[in-house]
Design a protein around this ligand. Sequence first.
Ligand code: NDP
Length: 378
Amino acid sequence: AGWSLSCRRNVSSSPSRLQSCMPGWVIDQYGTNGVLTYTEDIPVPTVNSPNDVMIKVYAASLNPLDIAMRGGYGATLLKLKRHPMSVLGSDYGSEFPLILGRDVSGVVVDCGSEVTHVAPGDEVWAAVPPWKQGSLAEFVTLTEYEVSHKPKSVSHAEAASIPYVANTALSALVNAGGLCRDSSSNKRVLITGGSGGVGTFSIQLLKAWGAHVTVTCSQNAEGLVRGLGADEVVDYTAEDASEQLEMMEKFDVVLDNVGGETEQLALGLLKPWSGAKYVTLVTPLLPNTDSMGLLNGMCQAGSSLQSKAVQNILSGGVFYRWGFYAPDGPALDDVSRLVDAGKILPVVEAQFPFTQVPQAFQKLEQGHARGKTVVRVT
Ligand code: NDP
């Protein structure tokens, strides 16, 4: 959906044409929390292509990516995705005013002519790709492929806590980790950082798939992750945390939500020479393109991935992989069924009204997440 140049109110009657401006939180430059600005003059993102779905946002949630993007993280690569011509120079297109917020739960208000899966009035949820305008606004417009029917058994606020971490976890565990519903029952999986957004979702998904799940987290999160189904829990702050992990039976898959020093430890915990996979969500791709420019950054990231992949396959027969969020509405349909079956619970740690988006960012920035921070938009 594009941005129109001018903003007029109440010009006609169908939901998408009723108004041409909407309220929302934008940033006009990168920086700290002070750059978040509330405005009622954002052009409404109307349906512009046959596959577009326009959603009235009832609830959104925040991810660490929102804090990072507020500060300019990924700006180089995301700009290229938004405006491919920007590769020719900085004059081609601006991302500002930029709307953050990656999760939405809401109601469809308008659809393009080729949309068949959802219709106006349907309750839906979605993860908004980082290269698109986000959900901290009254409306967001996505393609049909990105949108899924919201689970009926939970509120919009609860539903908004799930899509982005779900699409990320599924992409990482299925595409990079080689797991799926029917092949996980004899698998041992280690999730580092199990108490956060991705971790609390992944524990429940893997338990629904029948895997054996070990989690690392702080001591005061043990009750939470055990309540979600974790079989074994290791307090990473304990002096002997590494020894505890090394004493355990080796793992088939590690989902690393922490990175840094955890990477080396986790790689040594995998079953050697049996197709085991280390998947990290903490990758240098976007930071490298930000600091070194597009070409150098991508080359540097690519060569680092390749050398780690080769080194780990040669030394221990384990696969080293990066995991990324990937938009996938059909995958959210499956998650929706698991939520309605009571197998996946939303883990909402904090809720903020739409007037307190900066406070929600502040909460997230303090770290130590225990599940998700949600913003009630409507
Ligand atoms: P959260 O901030 O929700 O959770 C992180 C959790 O990790 C917190 O509960 C924190 O609690 C815990 N933690 C911190 N340090 C450690 C440690 N050393 N060992 C174990 N646990 C630790 O983040 P998300 O779950 O949303 O995301 C996880 C990571 O994945 C983030 O770095 C995020 O940027 C990245 N990500 C990458 C994506 C991609 O496409 N590549 C997509 C989505 C996320 P405490 O500090 O109290 O222990």
